[in-house]
Design a protein around this ligand. Sequence first.
Ligand code: AMP
Ligand code: MG
Length: 348
Amino acid sequence: METKIWIVDKFVDKHELYPQISQAAELLRAGEVVAFPTETVYGLGANAASSAAVKKIFQAKGRPSDNPLIVHIADYDQLGQIAVDIPDVAQTLIERLWPGPLTMVLKKRKNVVCEEVTAGLASVAVRMPAHPVALALIRESGLPLAAPSANRSGKPSPTSAMHVLADLNGKIAGIVDDGPTGIGVESTVLDCTTDIPTILRPGGVTKEELEHLIGRVHVDAALLNEKEKPKAPGMKYTHYAPRAPLTIVEGTSGFLQQLVDEQRALGKKVGVLTTEERQLTYRADAVISCGKRSDLYTVARHLYDALRAFDEAEVDMIYSECFPNHGIGTAIMNRLKKAAGYRVLYEK
Ligand code: AMP
Ligand code: MG
């Protein structure tokens, strides 16, 4: 299949309805899958009501079928069509944070979203993305769009159309290209079916922001202890991984450099994932910065691109610096640890 590319520019194309968007929407209505930009990462969309269309997402990504998808909507009517019994806390968050990088797990309305989307669960994950192109595409298609990240399963999520193309060229009907995404890590997944809402996946909205709006918020035990079984089915899979094995290093840059030197002495090609502040302190075969340590939102934005860059550098192994585990840093460390298969080395 030839993958069409529609180039749009949200800063230039002021109208809601670009011809590119209507072409992409038409393919979605015809049951095809199309990648589109959101404020977090690129999504791979299909009609959430159609089993046949949603199966194409799983196939293109090579995604396990027990990993449910997030349904993307553009207005509140669509929410009522797919979810029921929306609790007050969810209502508050909808008013304050939508559109935005917050996914809420709600009770599913029967017989609307197909079984493949929810992997047979009684709940459905819903989000309204804060991106004019995503919203225009959903509106123009007239469909709720099931949309996981538009990468091959296991690889870093795509933050540019180039990343999508690298993974899915020839496997999907098209890509709406609006350049790099803003936030760079996926949405926060919040289970609103429990008495106290529970974070199943840290993401673009922080725990601190949620607590400020609705009070107490739980964190799924699996996020605090790797041995627990996660409540979000998808969180059990290794993910975001570059080709070369990644190890997180908790300690000084001197300790990290020492690890690099040891491996290079054995003839290995070694990569270092660092930040602008420390980029010049390392000697290695590839030293890649993922942003500014002084502004962790820049790290979130560039993390996946940096992980993918190591594939091109063809290193044998990668050592990464550690980030503070609060605010947006929680999402960064969650993705890094998964990419590293939870390998962490501590300085004594
Ligand atoms: P992705 O589509 O790749 O952004 O991943 C979506 C995440 O949300 C995965 O970790 C899923 O397991 C999780 N998720 C989706 N639907 C549900 C649901 N109904 N209940 C719990 N977790 C969900
Ligand atoms: Mg994903």
